[in-house]
Design a binder for this molecule. Structure first.
Ligand code: BGC
Length: 262
């Protein structure tokens, strides 16, 4: 049983078919650069192009890097401002002709990590952080997601945290790993002060280089790299759309359990 997972990011829009029984990718990932002008129309065209690439006409789960409630986009920190108020579900359903579910990108990545990745079977307060163009956050309590937390915008020294400590800022400002880690530590310290988590999972594109910086991060909570790396968004989006494939929603291991079959 497959769902097309699509991850819309600041620099690329990626898709793959996902087996939503096992959470595994069943095709190669296909990536198309995010259009320079990331308007709803331009992004919808790329989403349709991905569906065509996979010759897909089944359910689609799609991430979006903003607050998304019931399919409507409410913010636009790193995408064209004309997204605010857009009904992303209707837009993508029109452009692809497929049933679509849309959710926040960090929430999707967090769900994937909690169901089939680094957070599997983890209880308590787990915070997934994605470091990319921005900083995405997903907070789980005993496996239950609190959707649309936007703690990448927590103010630090008068700036949004993501404008000091995202992976993009590390590139833009040519920061060394230890300079960047110092900024991330300040951010993690605040997150610990507010949430006293048991576990941080560090995801986003930068997580594949975790050996360069993870040892520099100092937290009271356990801190581990994401397992699904860049694929977490695609997998989480597909898993979140399981019900569109007439399958019951998949939940994290600590909720009422629907075990993954192999
Ligand atoms: C957005 C979040 C998103 C994060 C990561 C932030 O700028 O406000 O919604 O999850 O970037 O893409």
């Amino acid at each position: 049983m497959e769902v097309l997972g699509i991850d819309i990011g600041g620099s690329g829009i990626k898709g793959a078919l996902i087996n939503v029984i096992t959470g595994e990718m069943t095709t190669e990932r296909h990536r198309i650069p995010t259009p320079d002008k990331s308007t709803p129309e331009n992004v919808a065209t790329v989403v349709a192009e991905l569906a065509r690439h996979f010759e897909w006409n089944g359910p689609i789960g799609c991430t979006f890097p903003a607050v998304v409630r019931h399919g409507i986009v409410y913010t636009a920190a790193n995408v064209d401002k004309s997204w605010i108020g857009t009904d992303a579900v209707t837009l993508f359903e029109k452009s692809t002709g497929c049933p679509v579910r849309v959710l926040n990108d960090a929430d999707a990545a967090g769900l994937a990590e909690m169901i089939v990745g680094a957070g599997k079977d983890r209880q308590g307060v787990v915070i997934m952080l994605t470091f990319g163009t921005g900083i995405g956050t997903a907070i789980f309590v005993d496996g239950h997601l609190l959707p649309n937390t936007e703690f990448g915008h927590l103010p630090i020294r008068g700036k949004d945290a993501e404008h000091r400590a995202s992976a993009k800022i590390r590139d833009d400002e040519n920061l060394s790993w230890s300079q960047w880690a110092e900024r991330v530590n300040e951010y993690l310290g605040l997150m610990e002060f507010f949430f006293s988590p048991d576990l941080f999972i560090i995801g986003g594109g930068v997580s594949k280089k975790h050996h360069k910086f993870l040892h520099l991060l100092k937290t009271q909570a356990e801190i581990i790299p994401a397992q699904l790396r860049n694929e977490a968004g695609i997998i989480g989006a597909a898993l979140a759309a399981r019900d569109l494939a007439q399958l019951p929603p998949l939940v994290t291991a600590t909720e009422e359990v629907l075990p993954l079959e192999s």
